[in-house]
Design a protein around this ligand. Structure first.
Ligand SMILES: O=C(O)CCC(=O)C(=O)O
Ligand SMILES: [Fe+2]
Length: 266
């Protein structure tokens, strides 16, 4: 069992963005109320996987555990639109990725008892670099992709926290088989339902096993610089925005879904 990470909430936007550059993640407590958590869980329960959209629907009979993983939930029900630009999170994404940043994916993910440990990984390593280059104070890599995890359970060791190695994005590599970086081992995020952790794609992390008897509910919102492609399957013109969703979206939500001003390469 990994030790818990001290959950230090940064109060200002400057401190939150600094935490992403320094630690690789920022912890945001109480972003959602218990009522918002309950409503979001109900909406996640109501989603039916669409195989053509690369949704997953693992069941105990085939996979050994429930793994319901729904892509681009914002396009499935207007309730999910608000999580594109949730107050307290979107300001960080825009500060980090720019005011023209967009959402490259939103995953409603339910994992049942029996879900195994993931391996320590990076979600994406845009640049592999020697660690002494990254330690040079003149070098500050842009953050290309972040993910906001909206936790919808009180996290216990049994339900499966996300584990991080703070600062490991400065290693310049993916962990492969490594389990520590600079003497730092992985630590668990023991947060509560309604809390958010936003992290950059290069920090070493993993989801851990669900050994409880409950299903774990997680909403992931992936943000990126405008130049990074959005991942809205199915591809080749088969992804269609639902007109009733677009009709309900604010200008900022539309931009986050890709309604950009003309720019380079357009
Ligand atoms: O389930 C989690 O807490 C983390 C999931 C994750 O890191 C991933 O699927 O890439
Ligand atoms: Fe990951």
């Amino acid at each position: 069992m990994a030790a818990p990470l001290p959950l230090i909430a940064c109060d200002t936007l400057a401190d939150q963005t600094e935490a992403l550059y320094r630690d690789g993640y920022a912890y945001l407590p109480n972003v959602l109320t218990p009522q918002q958590v309950a409503k979001l869980r109900d909406h996640m329960d109501a989603l039916m996987p669409i195989p053509e959209s690369f949704d997953k629907n693992g069941q105990p009979e085939d996979l050994g555990y429930v793994n319901k993983h729904i892509n681009n939930a914002f396009n499935r029900h207007p309730h999910f639109l608000q999580f594109l630009d949730c107050s307290g999170v979107i300001e960080i994404a825009e500060a980090i990725h720019g005011n023209d940043c967009h959402c490259i994916g939103m995953t409603a993910w339910m994992t049942g008892p029996g879900r195994p440990d993931q391996k320590l990984h990076t979600d994406w390593l845009p640049l592999s670099l020697p660690e002494d280059i990254l330690a040079d104070p003149r070098v500050r890599l842009p953050i290309f992709i972040t993910t906001a995890h909206f936790y919808l359970d009180d996290i216990t060791e049994a339900i499966g926290p996300t584990n991080f190695i703070p600062g490991s994005h400065l290693s310049g590599k993916s962990p492969n088989a490594d389990t520590m970086w600079k003497g730092q081992t992985e630590k668990s995020i023991m947060c509560n339902a309604g809390d958010v952790v936003i992290f950059r794609s290069e920090v070493w992390h993993r989801g851990t096993a669900n050994t409880s008897d409950q299903t774990r509910y997680l909403l992931q919102v992936h943000y990126a610089k405008r130049m990074i492609a959005q991942k809205y399957p199915p591809y080749l013109n088969r992804f269609q925005f639902a007109p009733k969703i677009l009709a309900r979206a604010t200008p900022r939500q539309r931009r986050l879904m890709g309604d950009h001003k003309s720019s380079n390469y357009d």
